[in-house]
Design a protein around this ligand. Structure first.
Ligand SMILES: [Zn+2]
Ligand SMILES: [Zn+2]
Ligand SMILES: [Zn+2]
Length: 344
């Protein structure tokens, strides 16, 4: 990525902000909504692929350009290293020649938040970084066409980018340049509405199937829709994906709740133990598929401990050991603690 052209003009104090990177990013977004129109209502795998690639390209160019407006060095991964020579110090001339290694998507978002002070939520940061992963998956593996995943992910990031353009980038352009992108921005907004309604219509059709299963319907770790029916195996009606309960529990804990894997206790052993997924044994079925903090469609505001094998939400915690358990006859102590108590 090079900002050579705009870099020069924007460099002069008080000079108007240069336009090409913004126009370029918006052009990619127009392409995204065009690709997702499909042909006769059907979007081909190839169109989906290019929609993701172009959305990723737009995200990169627009976010990095905002960093660049703050200061050109913010776009760099490392001030001490140029691309051609590891021993040369970075200078503005190197930067303008394009001889730079620019920062990663994660660094870009973190700098926009912490240095520029933009209001980007944790959730939005995750969505942007997930897009980069989706792009990598598309480039390195043939992504099977699971209708819906890509559209709903694209809608999330597109929604963020429109707000980012409106709040943080377009106000910095000269009015004449802002006018030039008005039509394109309208086009993109309309495209987002259409993509959203595609997702909503599909969810609407699934409603009847899901309504009687609210107690074990959760947010799908793949498509992010509330269409995952937990069980053995668990299946998402939206993607559609079928997975074994353990993998679903791990993916849910990692992708939806963002729980980190647990590191092993420190030992003097030279072979360190691998870290373990953030799941616990189920008090009912014993499977290692209990996820703490899960939300079901039956009570989307109230975190429970949910077992992905027996598809049960445990809302009661034992008064003594604080472990989730199934309360029978309004007892407040789990079976374990009850039997320990009776031994005394
Ligand atoms: Zn799904
Ligand atoms: Zn269970
Ligand atoms: Zn207990």
């Amino acid at each position: 990525m090079s900002f050579r052209e705009p870099a020069r003009a924007a460099d002069e104090p008080g000079s108007p902000v240069d336009f090409p990177p913004v126009a370029n990013g918006i052009d990619y977004l127009v392409s995204v909504v065009d690709l997702l129109k499909g042909e006769q209502g059907a979007v081909s795998p190839r169109q989906l692929k290019y929609a993701v690639l172009h959305l990723q390209a737009a995200t990169e160019v627009l976010l990095k350009y905002r960093l660049f407006l703050e200061h050109w060095t913010l776009v760099l991964q490392n001030l001490d290293v140029t691309r051609a020579s590891k021993n040369k110090k970075m200078t503005r001339d190197f930067f303008d020649s394009g001889d730079v290694i620019s920062c990663t998507p994660q660094e870009t978002v973190e700098r926009l938040r912490s240095v520029v002070g933009l209001d980007i939520s944790d959730r939005e940061q995750e969505q942007i970084l997930d897009l980069a992963k989706l792009r990598n998956a598309l480039q390195h593996y043939a992504l099977t066409d699971r209708k819906g995943i890509i559209e709903s992910r694209i809608a999330e990031v597109l929604d963020f980018l429109i707000r980012f353009l409106d709040d943080s980038l377009l106000p910095k352009l000269e009015p004449a340049h802002r006018d030039e992108v008005t039509d394109d921005m309208e086009n993109i907004r309309y495209g987002l509405t259409r993509i959203r309604s595609f997702v909503q219509q599909r969810m609407e059709r699934l409603k009847d199937q899901l309504v009687s299963h609210e107690g074990h319907t959760l947010q799908c770790p793949d498509c992010r829709q509330w269409a995952l029916l937990a069980g053995n195996p668990s299946s998402c009606l939206f993607c559609p994906a079928t997975t074994d309960p353990q993998l679903t529990a791990w993916n849910y804990a990692g992708n939806i709740l963002r729980l980190p894997w647990r590191s092993p206790p420190p030992t003097n052993d030279q072979f360190s133990q691998p870290s373990t997924p953030p799941v616990d044994p189920c008090p009912d079925c014993g499977a290692e598929t209990l996820v703490r903090g899960a939300l079901t469609a039956a009570a989307p505001e109230r975190p429970t401990s949910f077992c992905f094998s027996c598809a049960t939400a445990f809302t009661d915690l034992c008064e003594i050991c604080s472990q989730p358990f199934r309360a029978v006859d309004e007892q407040s102590v789990c079976g374990n603690c009850l039997s320990l108590g009776s031994e005394d």
